[in-house]
Design a binder for this molecule. Structure first.
Ligand code: SAH
Length: 348
């Protein structure tokens, strides 16, 4: 019975790339291999077989926030904090560009020590090279986003984490869902390519809530969607909670691809951490982007412990790149050397 439903819903998605909440819920629950294959075909048709690579620099693990799930939260005093200097960040970015990367992703906790002038200087320096800059540094004011855009930043990643307000409030004390929405709107107004996404597998998060997240991605016409799967960090209030369901998160990637066919979707590190080969499984389910950690200092990679045992922390950038090339070969995909904007995707 469900199979007929799934088939009909997939046919509808192929025709109009639009689904209602009930249909999305059915796919999230019963989508199975048919969903995965259909999403993989849509990915191929709209973005081709290429995989965009991004070099990720996690430049500070200081954070003023208290997100319940995240190991960087201010109340975690077991973590060893680090902050790269401006020259170190610029040099790591240049090094990654020399190794063939055309997008640098700068990510950090919400570290108030970095003033906007410094951040702008970093962006300006990196933009002197042939590379796109993506920022993932949390909530800022319109003026700050504007200055960073003027400095040359191209894209911004800010996950909504969950669109369910009650859940959002519960896991993000002293933060405001409205402000998060405001940030995403401002980023759009300012002309950034906007990336958002959710954390799949939080306690009390229903399939219906995930469906609402996916409808939200469609509503704001996000350019990138990063879906992570929750991994408990022992030094957080959710340390004893169960990890999220890998397969459910993978189906969420597939449904997102069906309704936003030409966007960029990374196979996230959390997915690789939770399951061996997780990255390839997600690349075969609709994803077309991989972010590789470009830190020169292995200790920094370990200390950026948003969750424990992060995949790839013991590898250097060249090693991870070689490993990725190898595994992409096995699934008939290849790395594309490009800045990899959404508008670079072919369209169906
Ligand atoms: N401070 C930045 C970057 C945060 S870290 C910001 O606010 O955007 C990047 C992502 O890690 C977060 O958006 C969150 O979805 C994810 N994350 C944090 N803790 C996690 C955990 N325990 N398991 C899986 N993903 C987690």
């Amino acid at each position: 019975m469900e199979e007929i439903f799934v088939e009909n819903i997939l046919n509808k998605a192929l025709k109009c790339h639009s689904l209602n909440k009930e249909e999305i819920i059915t796919l999230l629950q019963y989508g199975g291999d048919k969903l995965i294959h259909t999403a993989d075909n849509v990915r191929k048709k709209y973005t081709g077989d290429g995989v965009y690579i991004r070099a990720l620099i996690e430049f500070s693990n200081y954070c003023t926030r208290t997100c319940y799930y995240c190991g960087l939260r201010v109340e975690n005093n077991k973590i060893h904090r680090y902050r790269m200097s401006v020259p170190e960040i610029i040099s790591a970015a240049k090094d990654a560009i020399e190794k063939g990367f055309h997008t640098i992703v700068l990510q950090s906790g919400e570290d108030s020590r970095f003033k906007i002038d410094e951040l702008c200087r970093i962006v300006e320096e990196i933009k002197k090279n042939d590379a796109a800059v993506t920022l993932s540094i949390g909530e800022k004011s319109f003026e700050e986003y504007k200055r960073l855009k003027s400095a040359g930043a191209d894209r911004y990643l800010l996950r909504i984490e969950t669109t369910n307000r009650e859940l959002y409030q519960k896991y993000h004390p002293k933060m405001s869902f409205e402000n998060r929405l405001r940030c995403l709107e401002d980023l759009r107004t300012l002309g950034y390519e906007v990336g958002t996404g959710s954390l799949i597998g939080l306690e009390e998060q229903s399939v219906e809530m995930i469906a609402e997240d996916i409808l939200f991605f469609k509503k704001i016409n996000a350019d990138m969607i990063g879906l992570g799967v929750f991994i408990p960090h022992p030094d957080t209030p959710l340390g004893r909670a169960d990890a999220g369901d890998f397969e459910l998160a993978r189906r969420a990637v597939s449904v997102t691809r069906l309704i936003l066919p030409d966007i960029n979707i990374p196979a996230t590190t959390a997915m690789e951490t939770l399951k061996p080969n997780g990255r390839l499984l997600v690349l075969s389910a609709g994803a077309n982007v991989v972010m590789l950690n470009a830190a020169e200092d292995t200790e920094h990679k370990k200390d950026y412990s948003i969750y424990p045992d992060k995949a790839g922390v013991n590898e250097g950038l060249e090693e991870s790149l070689a490993g990725l090339k190898n595994s992409l070969d096995k699934i008939g995909r290849k790395i594309i050397v490009s800045k990899g904007f959404r508008y670079n995707n072919r369209g169906g």
